[in-house]
Design a protein around this ligand. Sequence first.
Ligand code: ADP
Length: 423
Amino acid sequence: MKVLVINAGSSSVKYHLYQMPDAEILARGFVERIGEETSKLSHFFHGKTHTVSTKVEDVEKAMELILETLADKEVGVLRQISEIGAVGHRVVHGGEEFTGSVIIDEKVIASIEKFADLAPLHNPPNLAGILAAQRNLPNVKQVACFDTAFHATIPKVAYMYALPYELYEKYGIRRYGFHGISHRYVARRAAAIMGKDKYDINAITCHLGNGCSVTAVKQGRSIDTSMGLTPLEGVPMGTRSGDLDPAILFYLADKGYDAKALKALCNKQSGLLGLSGISNDMRNLEEFARKGNVRAKLAIDVFCYRIKKYIGAYAAVLDTVDAVVFTGGIGENSVFMREKICNAVTQIGVQLDYAANQNAIAKEAEINTKDSKVKIFVIPTNEQAAIANDTYELTSDKQPIVSKQNSSGNIAQKQMEIPHGRS
Ligand code: ADP
């Protein structure tokens, strides 16, 4: 069965076509700069690259271009698009309703629309991708995989903010957490590497990319995570501030900043970029810091210190920690940041093997010494393989669907084993 995985954002749509159940990638690519004059499709298949520069107005047009390309006589990998057996979509916000991936029906669509209020930059393009795929592949089952779903197991004590309770009841203001597909994937890989059952691992998973979040995983389930109502909370990120004293915002409001300016400030002008005044890209900051740039060094130090605080807090929350896992662009590639972070948290029992760390670039590796009480892993995330797997398991007849009742009704939802996807 062939499964198409779609990650539709406001300015780009990424796709992966998998042969399941082995999660073998048949083709992948992306359409970028959607809505601009200079949109571009990049398509990778059989070790070759095909690019098209053409204006792509919106997500719907991007989906059409992707499907045409996949079934193109020269560069396609399908004879016709009807060979696609199911489509899996990444959806950022599933609110409290979704504890796992689900087959999309009208109720699910209405919920994704409803939660756009909580993720205005993400859910609308995610939904546009779903609707476009439905229009182009009307007889094909579509599955939604939520970034929030893995965090549905966070207990109330960890997800409530100390605000008037009515705000939770009225507006759903609580911690939801994000990057859940990634945290789940790497936690389960870590369990597999350690020869443990997926529900027998306590881990602190650090997804450090442009967006960054840290999660406490107890017995395979998320019990706390650094991102909150939105992906703004937690550790500092490329351009996002992470945790702040909320009074800073009132103070700036008194100085004349309106809500729009404050949103832009915290989301686009802060984090590594704001601190350094140079770049949101860790590679640049490492380079500048090596050359003695004081602000680049400050940005790196603050980033590391704040991650240390989360790791320390989650070690306390978990009682015992089996593994610390690094993933995301920084976690997978930055030898320097991993060393800095691990050396800052030796109290929890991690001991880094420097040579192993040096060699672990963009590949799965154990980077602790033999004597380390706590394992340290680098695990490249593979959200698309996780989505492909959920989609396959929910839509193929070969696997039973695990149904789970939740507060909103009888929705079949899936949080299952994930094969190690190949690319
Ligand atoms: P996104 O969250 O957008 O998916 P990524 O997971 O690709 O982003 O992570 C992007 C971040 O990873 C950037 O800050 C980039 O500088 C960083 N990164 C990628 N490669 C390296 C590297 N070799 N050393 C340090 N940082 C790196």
